[in-house]
Design a protein. Structure first.
Ligand code: FAD
Length: 375
């Protein structure tokens, strides 16, 4: 069968691209090597934060706002896979990032509260503010149930006529695209939404433009009968001054904490997903100061995932410079999940020829140095 478009990769970017393309009436084939939201994928795992704050990068605040609406519309058709927890930004005295976030939230007419230190202590006594002097609360933001949400997008895409194929696509070597098995994929255009695998598929083009880093996530157990770390009592909190964030105890899985600083280089196919002694130590040390009641809490669960970073954290969504019919959508850079719906919309419009190019997503803006600016 010949398809208008083949989307390779059913992570959050590919799943939403296939879904949005199907709404244009195109015939779409969606292919994944390991399955939608699989445990190797960057979109795997239980939960992802959706928030509007992006410091000075209003482009991503707007995208998150639009994506939030599209996620909600999707969940009306599937099951509710968003949990409203609120998102709390912990700010220092002089904090350009949080000040810029505050200004953007005002401009976007988003709901938010500015809390001074006393109010923060009163409302969230589970957290020790430490050097935090004030905070921003986004009351309507929260948590997307990641793996299940990706699977829900794929299920909806299938209802719209998208065909799903399990299998691995070989690195492109010319105009004809093939599965690793050798079978040809017959399609007019191809969207490679392969997250951390993109440098393997396009080593010459992307080998130095996307670097894949190992990231550890740890869930610790809350004290028995203590509901103060649960969703409802405790929001998601983000401390980008220390590059740490955490999620409340959602669905009884424990208090989730992760260091956002980039880890070592990582291979998404073969990398062992066991957290390091150093990673556990860093989390424990942080808990002692930030959530002292959890300082000795037992580890319930751990995960190793990966970020697929561009030099500054901007997405990479552009046409392949050598192959007219090939598009690349990736570079989620540790913050991409929430934006899946808008990424899909952008891909569908660009392919239909009626999109407006966003310079920050283009290949020509991508550098080879690691200089993270977008969080
Ligand atoms: C620990 C962690 C925490 C994060 N927290 C947040 C957060 O709170 N909020 C947020 O918005 N974002 C967050 N992110 C970032 C976000 O999860 C990613 O940016 C996003 O999931 C990337 O999606 P993707 O579709 O580009 O890639 P992926 O999800 O990796 O999907 C790529 C898919 O391509 C498939 N594939 C690869 N090669 C082939 C091939 N040759 N043939 C066929 N299929 C192939 C893979 O199997 C995979 O399913 C986090 C990421 C991590 C790792």
């Amino acid at each position: 069968m010949f398809y208008d478009i083949a989307v390779i990769g059913a992570g959050v970017f590919g799943a939403w691209s296939a879904y949005q393309l199907s709404l244009t009436g195109a015939s779409v084939l969606l292919i994944d090597a390991y399955g939608p939201g699989n445990s190797r994928a960057s979109s795997g795992g239980e939960s992802r934060v959706i928030r509007l704050g992006y410091g000075p990068d209003e482009i991503y605040s707007r995208s998150a706002q639009r994506s939030f609406t599209l996620w909600q519309q999707l969940f009306e058709k599937t099951e509710p896979l968003f949990q409203k927890t609120g998102v709390l930004w912990l700010a220092r005295d002089h904090d350009p990032y949080c000040e810029a976030t505050l200004a953007t939230l005002q401009r976007l007419n988003a709901s938010f509260e500015r809390l001074d230190e006393d109010e923060l202590r009163r409302r969230f006594p589970q957290l020790d503010p430490g050097p935090t002097r004030w905070a921003i609360l986004e009351p309507d933001s929260g948590v997307l149930m990641a793996r299940r949400a990706v699977q829900a997008v794929v299920a909806q895409a299938k209802l719209n006529g998208v065909e799903y194929l399990a299998g691995a696509v070989a690195p492109p070597q010319g105009k004809a695209m093939r599965m690793l098995s050798g079978a040809e994929i017959k399609a007019g255009r191809f969207v490679f939404a392969c997250g951390p695998w993109l440098p393997k598929l396009f080593p010459e083009l992307l080998g130095e433009l996307i670097y894949v880093t190992r990231q550890e996530v740890i869930f610790v157990g809350v004290p028995p009968g203590d509901e103060s770390f649960n969703r409802g009592a405790m929001p998601v909190w983000i401390d980008f001054n220390d590059l740490v964030y955490g999620l409340p105890n959602v669905d009884g899985r424990g208090f989730k904490i992760a260091i956002d600083a980039h880890g070592a280089e990582f291979d998404p196919d073969r990398g062992e997903r066991v957290v390091s002694v150093e990673g556990l130590k860093a989390v424990r040390e942080y808990l002692v100061h930030r959530a002292p009641r959890l300082a000795n809490a037992p580890v319930l669960e751990t995960r190793v995932c990966q970020y697929e970073n561009t030099s500054n954290g901007d997405f990479l969504i552009d046409r392949h410079p050598q192959f007219e019919n090939v598009w690349i959508a990736g570079g989620g850079s540790g913050h991409g999940f929430k934006h899946g719906p808008v990424v899909g919309e952008y891909v569908a419009r660009m392919i239909a020829g009626d999109g407006v190019e966003e310079r920050r997503f283009t290949l020509k803006t991508k550098e080879r140095v690691q200089e993270r600016k977008v969080y």
